[in-house]
Design a protein around this ligand. Structure first.
Ligand SMILES: NC(=O)c1ccc[n+]([C@@H]2O[C@H](COP(=O)([O-])OP(=O)(O)OC[C@H]3O[C@@H](n4cnc5c(N)ncnc54)[C@H](O)[C@@H]3O)[C@@H](O)[C@H]2O)c1
Length: 392
């Protein structure tokens, strides 16, 4: 898969590093409105790859494959830029142990997006949320597969429109990374298989360690659409049922800039599901201990959790209780496994060997819930989702 990465800011850079490690990706083309940023990243990835130790025979075989695949990515540049895929010491997602890395070309392209789209099979859209729709539309019009960062769009009508734009044989996958995380998929399978019995409460923790750049806030869509959306997508997906009502509250405790944008930086949400099961999400833009994204599920036959390990930024004050070593500071380390699986899963979808695990229309319900949360926070009342058509 010849992959273009559109937008190489916070998360685009991370995806680019994973793409360099992914065996299924044969070339990486970086595109950003800030061309210098894309060029610098391409240089860094090439340098990191050059620093990678000697390759095995299978990697050498990969070199000729990569050379062939590089033709469409711009022969002269790609030939000069042919590198061993992989930044720092990662291994493939499948098969456990480290694998030899195949050389693969990486280059920065611009300023024309059309030129990028003409030379790739798929793109990963990691531009700011308000620009997703244009980038996704352009890719779909060029018959290019798309993995788009969440949320696909902030307007439900736009999500539906993008869904209708997907040509036959082309796929549009939304990057809700929890859907690709092995711990979450295991919980989902156990619930669907009845192994946990009745689900009582699913409680998600969604704290950033430090807030994003302040100029990101105004275009983010607000805490529920931008930050809580992950758990608002994951909880109904895990439980296999829709949310019928929400109650939300929030405060500005981190930075007054959030209030100036009409937003809050710390919030809690209660979700009521059709079955009576209850979902809770608590989180915010800053947490002194670190980046804390977890899920706890309390059910008839089990209590299970995700995100609880030696790096969870939570210190027990019980005698002998655990304290974190190297607590997570951001999403890059906390969700590394999920992002790698996401890319593999996307390649499976592109290759036609797997169903789309995160199709665009699934995002309509999470957006509806997020908008209901905002309405509830502002009004101070419970909002019933099915009854309020303004949320659609
Ligand atoms: N899945 C997750 O855990 C997760 C985490 C962080 C961000 N995100 C999502 O990723 C997206 C990007 O977030 P970020 O924090 O990396 O943003 P960012 O501002 O750090 O980076 C965005 C990059 O896109 C570039 N850009 C802006 N407009 C562009 C355009 N029209 N065409 C090409 N490049 C353009 C900018 O120059 C910048 O380099 C957002 O939609 C955000 O919601 C998802």
């Amino acid at each position: 898969m010849r992959l273009g990465i559109l937008g190489v800011g916070r998360i685009g850079q991370m995806h680019a590093r994973h793409a360099m490690d992914c065996e299924r990706v044969t070339s990486v083309t970086l595109y950003d409105a800030d061309g210098v940023r894309a060029t610098e990243l391409a240089d860094q990835l090439r340098a990191a790859a050059d620093a990678t130790p000697a390759r095995s025979d299978s990697a050498a075989a990969g070199a000729s494959n990569a050379a062939r695949s590089s033709v469409a990515a711009g022969a002269s540049n790609a030939a000069g830029a042919s590198v061993a895929g992989g930044a720092a010491g990662a291994s493939g997602v499948r098969g456990g142990g480290p694998r030899p890395r195949r050389p693969k070309p990486v280059e920065a392209r611009g300023p024309s997006l059309d030129a990028v789209l003409a030379d790739v099979d798929a793109v990963l859209v990691a531009t700011p949320t308000p620009t997703h729709a244009d980038a996704v539309s352009a890719a779909l019009a060029a018959n290019v597969h798309v993995l788009c960062e969440k949320p696909l769009a902030l307007d439900p009508a736009l999500i539906t429109e993008l869904h209708h734009q997907v040509p036959g044989g082309v796929h549009l996958v939304v990057g809700f990374q929890r859907r690709f995380d092995p711990a979450y998929t295991a919980i989902r399978a156990a619930i669907a298989g009845g192994r946990y019995g009745t689900v009582y409460v699913a409680r998600a923790t969604a704290f950033d360690h430090a807030p994003p750049a302040l100029d990101y806030i105004a275009g983010s869509g607000g805490i529920f659409v931008d930050q809580f959306i992950h758990d608002l997508d994951a909880l109904p997906w895990l439980l296999g049922e829709r949310v019928v009502a929400v109650q939300a509250t929030g405060s500005v405790l981190v930075d007054p800039t959030f209030a100036e944008a009409g937003d809050v930086d710390t919030a809690t949400v209660t979700l009521r599901f059709g079955s009576g099961a209850i979902g809770l999400v608590c989180g915010g833009r800053r947490n002194g201990g670190g980046y804390d994204n977890r899920l706890e599920l309390f059910a008839e036959h089990a209590s299970v959790c995700t995100g609880l390990d030696g790096r969870t930024p939570l210190t027990s004050l019980e005698p002998g209780g655990p304290a974190p070593r190297e607590p997570h500071a951001h999403f890059v380390t906390r969700w590394a496994r999920a992002y790698r699986h996401e890319l593999e899963a996307f390649a499976d979808v592109v290759d036609g060997v797997a169903e789309n695990p995160s199709p665009p229309l699934d995002g309509l319900h999470s957006l509806e819930i997020a908008r209901a949360c905002e309405l509830s926070r502002r009004s101070g009342r419970e909002v019933r989702i099915e009854a309020d058509r303004s949320l659609r």
